[in-house]
Write a protein that binds this ligand. Sequence first.
Ligand code: 3PG
Length: 186
Amino acid sequence: MQNNILDILERNPIIPVVSIHEESEIDKVYSALSAKGITCIEITLRTPYAWEAIAEFKKRYGKSMDVGVGTVISVQQINKCVDMGVAFMVSPGLTSTMVQNLEHSGIPFIPGVATPSEIIRGMEIGWRYFKFFPANLYGGIEALKSYGSVFYEVKFCPTGGINESNHQEYLSLDNVISVGGSWVIK
Ligand code: 3PG
């Protein structure tokens, strides 16, 4: 299901969301993550340098880290991720145009949801793993507890406002497999 995103989520309880602006940041980011024992990275498509950063990061460290792509919001971007053979894809949301392409990509992926209707829509497709975003603005821990009783088969990776002091509380919830965020690397 979802090209086995569960494997990525289970192996990586903390998913650093990182925006890379230039080549000189790559080694520093890798060292900082390694020092924390983190073996995955979600590189966002939020900078002009992003695709080059993904290619370069993968080339240098792809053997020791799961190099994934975040902020995937178009079919074109999904296709590029396939071409590059990235380890996983994360989207802040979901459109019907993206559904088939995500499923056929062969790459583990997790789409973003915030509301019950969005969760139901994803479940209708047959998906069970969602990024809950932006967690802090859509009810955080309390919302996840409510979703846990209603959508008992669904598991989440909350992101948005997760930080050093609250991430353990999120991770302690039964329906949270991993958490993501930019706090991991400043
Ligand atoms: C994401 O893409 O998951 C968010 O930008 C992360 O949110 P944060 O910056 O509040 O951690």
